[in-house]
Design a protein around this ligand. Sequence first.
Ligand code: ZN
Length: 510
Amino acid sequence: MTDYPAPTVARSCLLRNVRLVPLTTPAPDEPQDVLIRDGWIVEVGSGLAADGGEIHDGGGRWLLPGLWDHHVHLGQWAMGKTRVDVSAAQSAQEAAAMVGDYVRARGDSDPWHVVQGFGQRPALWDRQPTTADLDAAVGDAAVVLVSGDAHHGWLSTSAFHVLGEPPREGVLVEEDWWPAFARLALLPGAEALLVTGYHQVMAEAAAMGVVGVGDMEMGEGYREWPGRVAAGLDTLRLRTSVYRQALAGVLEAGHRTGDPLDGSGLITMGPLKVISDGSLNTRTAYCCKPFLDASDFDEPMGIQNVTPEELEWLLRQATDAGLEAAIHAIGDRALTDVLDVFASTGAKGSIEHAQLVSRADVPRLAALGLRASVQPAHLWDDRDVMDQCWGDRADRCFPLATMRRAGVQLVLGSDAPVAPLDPWLAIAAAVHRSADDRPAWQPQEALTVREALQDSTDGRGTVVTGMPADLILLDTNPLDFEGDSAQVAEAVRTTRPVLTMVAGRVVHSR
Ligand SMILES: [Zn+2]
């Protein structure tokens, strides 16, 4: 897609005896050698001589470009490793009881310590959670439960006090929630905890074959990441996006999308990220028609978080400064409005999510040259909610095949922590649209394994000379998986590389 900056550490390596997965173009049947220098593939052929660096014997295994997760909140995913998991709760009382058990077992009486939990999905509960529910289970403890889609926070009364927010009866949603959410990261000990979490999630990512992420974390990633890389968090490429709250700083520094932010070559400036509407589970995605279960909502068609005028102003600022834009649009009305603004400003970049899409917007997406950054694993999680809210328009939900075949460039991701940072899961969900024994949901929108893999390798295809040496080695060729879509998805889902390389350096092997 874009060329990566070269890493400054010179290293060479010969990867011998590997077969190239013919992902986009044909490849030789016989095993090849791949010569890597300074992080780049400089030669692919048979019988290549090493030039003094490491030699790895691939044993005839299959070589692919490494995988990308194009939409993650890496800090939240890392913090999640330190949070109480309440995702299995089926009711407010059950979720509160889970964190209540944790609070009692922890036995800490520090009134400033905030216990964090994660993962509640109240959309299908019999009623919405209240502050009183949480207080009843945790007493005076300060507890914050971050929802499964991260769009609301559920706080105990003490947590409101610690975070400096006036207590309320219900959860904090979106614009009311983001400031409190950001304040969690400023609590004492938060950075040390975060670094521990980052090490864990980066090791897990390498073990899955992830070589790069589009990081959608709020904050000042463009300032924070160079120091983190220097401190050893250096096994992953990362494009750091910026929200409007920190945009002025990026503009002042003159960072353009694609610019390297340090000497490692691993961290580059990403896009301006703007959240234009809400989410499905909070019934705030901005739609052309009311949610089917909307009878008692204030906003039956969802919420617009920015007006088209504000968005236009922001995209002009970004475009003038050389920044791409990544605009969150989940509902079909949000997408239509956002495309209008891309068209009027000439901005480039991506639509994040594109979960419900008007038919007429598919060719517009293609014509504007925008990427659709989609998270297939959400359809496994949200299938029943989509039937409940959008059952009359289900054929336009996650229209992956329709978009792709109309010429829209898809890029796959997880939106971790909403779904796990696991590209194999995303690919499996794109291939087979069912998480259980039920038939696939809107199966006409499924992708093939080849398509889903192409959309997970950052625009790279079959391994060739001139590519960055971001590579994974697999025991089997995923294009050869056989059976019905459920069987293929299962084989994909359990695939793990034997070796992962980022910029010519082995970051995982087993
Ligand atoms: Zn996100």
